[in-house]
Design a protein around this ligand. Structure first.
Ligand code: GUN
Ligand code: ZN
Length: 450
């Protein structure tokens, strides 16, 4: 008893090289740094929050040995845990399946694989494994797509540690028999889950081709009443856009609709709690509509990347145009469209693809900001995203073995820690570079060599 009381340190002091993302242009770099964490006294939210970040030699003077646990990661890199604003946890098995194009990949591999989640035992097992995988890649927040089955929402909401929102995809038309729902079942599932999970729920029409407009309309009202989010796919590939418009042009109420975004808008789904996945081929008019309504985009570079880079070949997201139109966006893995769950692979691909296209403003500093702060803001998660005072101490420890350690620049140090070769084997390694993941100051994942 006595011993456990003594071990309840009031402070933890993290010693490491620390990078704190501030915005797209700035990440504060504390080489030989330290971060002082303080135990929360609140009964409703236990854990440690950030008290201050600074130089090791300054902060170490502030603590008394008796009340502070030292976490010594000197020489290693510490950054905030990641926010993945769009991923399908039920697609873990199709990430590396052949991707000729989106619609074929869905029909041939993804939908059959998602149908296995009808089985509750299978779902339970897979959700436990996926929860571990999330921690092992340092992701502790995000927006989650489940299968049509309600229990996939409940299982993942129970197992995933962190700040996630969850939604069951709705499929009431143009879907295979084994995933097709009746409209009333789909609406009932939203009524039940959104009133249960409230702000942790995301109404998730899979995309306009598979979800009837009446279902989108009615369930949208329920989501709004419960303060839930809305997430769906928008303007991912050219084939998909043509397919969507061909379907909706035959619906009397949508005859005059010219764009994909307007379809969702007519159903009341373009809101300041809506996160659209992709948005690769949006017109100026569509971007203006998103901006006016305060909707956001989850940008998934690895999923959108070329087919020979294990993506779906959707194209390059124009983040500069998105910024010019004041549409919020953040990075996402879109697993299984994206091949790897690691946000390090996502950040790398974002920088690599843009540099290749001569978009020079895409940096690692920007990528980190968009994999942390930007996602937290879009998902309205409080006290997370960076190491601002009073934010929760959510961070990863990375063992970078590259040349940038001596650098004084945050950009160089991030590049050194994250950058891999472009081949599949090298990219796969990004799933193994996190040594430890801390959530609210407690270590929830550790690799042996850490
Ligand atoms: N569009 C509709 N469903 C999906 C999906 O599961 N993945 C991707 N990338 N796009 C979609
Ligand atoms: Zn997706």
């Amino acid at each position: 008893m006595q011993e456990s009381v003594l071990q309840q340190h009031l402070y933890k002091l993290v010693l490491a090289d620390i990078i704190n993302p501030v915005n797209d242009q700035l990440a504060s770099y504390y080489k030989d740094g330290a971060m002082l964490l303080k135990r929360s006294k609140s009964k409703s939210s236990s854990g440690f929050y950030v008290d201050r970040v600074g130089k090791r030699l300054d902060l170490i003077k502030l603590v008394k040995d008796s009340e502070c646990e030292i976490l010594d990661f000197r020489g290693k890199l510490v950054v905030p845990t990641f926010v993945d604003t769009h991923f399908h946890w039920v697609q873990d098995d199709v990430c590396l399946m052949p991707k000729d194009n989106l619609l074929q990949w869905l029909k041939k591999y993804t939908w059959p694989s998602e149908s296995k989640f009808k089985n509750k035992e299978y779902t339970k097992l897979k959700s436990k494994l996926f929860a571990k995988k999330l921690l092992s890649v340092g992701t502790t927040a995000g927006a989650v797509y489940c299968s049509i089955h309600q229990h996939t929402v409940l299982a993942s909401a129970k197992e995933f540690v962190g700040d996630f929102i969850f939604g069951n995809v709705l499929m009431t038309m143009n879907s295979p028999d084994y995933l097709l729902q009746t409209e009333s079942d789909a609406i009932a599932s939203v009524r039940e889950l959104s009133s249960k999970l409230k702000k942790r729920y995301a109404l998730t029409p899979r995309f306009a081709p598979t979800t009837s407009p009446s279902v989108m309309k009615m369930s949208g009202k329920m989501a709004k009443r419960n303060g839930s989010f809305i997430q769906t796919h928008l303007s991912e590939t050219i084939n998909e856009i043509e397919y969507v418009l061909s379907i909706y042009s035959s619906f009397a109420k949508f005859k005059k609709v010219l764009t994909y975004t307007e379809i969702y808008d007519r159903c009341g789904l373009v809101t300041d709690r809506t996160i659209f996945g992709h948005g690769i081929h949006l017109s100026d008019k569509e971007l203006k509509l998103l901006s006016k309504k305060g909707a956001s985009i989850a940008h998934c570079p690895t999923s959108n990347g070329p087919i020979d880079e294990f993506g779906l070949g959707s194209g390059l997201f124009d983040f500069e145009k998105c910024n010019a139109n004041k549409v919020a966006w953040a990075l996402a893995s879109d697993i299984g469209g994206g091949p790897f769950l690691s946000m390090i692979d996502v950040m790398n691909s974002f920088v690599y693809q843009n540099k290749r296209a001569k978009v020079k403003s895409a940096t690692y500093v920007m990528a980190l900001n968009r994999a942390t702060n930007a996602g937290a803001k879009i998902l309205k998660i409080k006290r997370t995203g960076n190491f601002k005072r009073l934010n929760w101490a959510n961070f990863v420890v990375i063992d970078d073995i590259f040349s940038g350690r001596g650098s004084d620049s945050g950009e160089k140090r991030l590049e050194a820690a994250f950058k891999t070769n472009s081949g599949i084997k090298a990219r796969k390694k990004t799933e193994n570079v996190i040594l430890k993941t801390f959530y609210k100051g407690n270590c929830l994942f550790g690799r042996d060599n850490g």
